[in-house]
Write a protein that binds this ligand. Structure first.
Ligand code: 5GP
Ligand code: MN
Length: 342
């Protein structure tokens, strides 16, 4: 038995909202990751099965290592299909907002979604949700939005409507948001759910290979460069930092997703519990932060980098130069010493 995490009144409200309409848009955050794609495509497959007219709209393209996901070919990228997407937002009857807690995470798609007359339903697992949605399903203790989608479908009485494509997407989101079940993944029910997904036909080993073993040679060379030349360790703060300038990225023919996971690698060093990765983008520095144990990566991101996220996985951005961003980080690092477990 899987416990009832989502409140009963929310299940009833969502069920009624879906029953009333045909046209449903599903939106996620900018730079969609495995959980954003997993949860939105899983919901899309489910809504197709119950004969609705769903469409997934993402602000910017998702990484190519998610191209194989069933249903990904129908995903509309807002950045390159603005007119079409705006027309959908103007006429859709319901919008699901998945895997983000604040409207600003939709970046340039935000206004079109917020101004849409359609009621919004948020399903998410980040702390401190905004109040832009009519129905807010927010459970930060759950490690992925994809797991919440599984729970939502089941509680609406539709476990039998989860087909293999839907199950594959749910599994992908659960796997990617826990680093292949290496963090945020010590709840027994995660494995009860996985067992159900495998019963439906999910091949978890195959999904692992499709997501984690399809990289380019350039990415591996970039990783080697990062670790050999660019990783700085601060033993007294149990921290590590990797930075990449746009010039360095160009040298390795960087494409979207190539640096995915780099931030986690320094955590495998004994005595490192906090890892930060900074990448120079066209107009900003994109920052990823990861920690182990009780060290609050999200606090550092909120304090220093206009960001947020989870205790152990957070992100943010900086509009200073890369060198200035590094200085800001290094100057602030001593302030977080008290959070370190000894
Ligand atoms: P990543 O490092 O994979 O980009 O992001 C890790 C987590 O940090 C995401 O799941 C998300 O919760 C959060 N995050 C990433 N970027 C931002 C950001 O710019 N702002 C906020 N508030 N959270 C972010
Ligand atoms: Mn997520």
């Amino acid at each position: 038995m899987i416990s009832k995490i989502i409140a009963e009144d929310l299940i009833t409200k969502v069920s009624k909202a879906i029953n009333k309409v045909d046209k449903i848009a599903i939106v996620v955050h900018v730079g969609p990751d495995g959980d954003a794609m997993g949860s939105s495509l899983a919901l899309w497959h489910y809504l197709m099965t119950i004969e609705k007219e769903p469409v997934v709209i993402v602000p910017t393209a998702f990484a190519s290592f998610l191209n194989w996901m069933p249903g990904s070919e129908q995903v509309l990228v807002y950045e390159s299909n603005k007119e079409k997407a705006d027309a959908i937002f103007a006429s859709t009857e319901l919008i699901f907002a998945l895997d983000f807690n604040t409207a600003s995470r939709m970046a340039m798609m935000k206004d079109a979604v917020i101004n849409s007359p359609a009621p919004k339903i948020m399903v998410d697992h980040h702390l401190h949700p905004d109040d832009f949605a009519k129905i807010t399903i927010s459970y930060p203790e759950i490690s992925s939005t994809s797991e919440l989608i599984f729970r939502l479908i089941c509680r609406m009485g539709d476990f039998s409507k989860i087909n293999l494509a839907c199950a594959d997407c749910i599994y992908t989101g659960m796997m990617t948001d826990t680093g292949g079940f290496t963090y945020n993944s010590n709840k027994q029910e995660i494995y009860t759910i996985i067992s159900e997904l495998i019963k439906i036909g999910v091949d978890k080993d195959d999904i692992y290979r499709k997501v984690f073993n399809t990289y380019s040679a350039d990415r591996l060379r970039l990783m080697g460069f990062c670790l050999y030349e660019k990783m700085k360790v601060y033993p007294q703060y149990r921290a590590a930092l990797i930075t990449l300038s746009s010039k360095e990225l160009q040298k390795f023919n960087f494409t979207n997703g190539d640096a995915e996971g780099f931030v986690n690698i320094p955590l495998s060093i004994a005595g490192v519990d906090f890892s930060v990765f900074m990448r120079e983008d066209t107009d900003k520095i994109k920052i990823s932060l990861r920690s182990q144990g009780t060290f609050p990566a999200n606090k550092v991101s909120t304090d220093l980098f206009n960001g947020g996220g989870h205790l152990n996985a957070a992100g943010g951005e900086s509009y200073l130069s890369l060198a200035e961003t590094v200085s800001k980080f290094e100057e602030a690092l001593p302030n977080y010493k008290d959070f370190l477990e000894v």
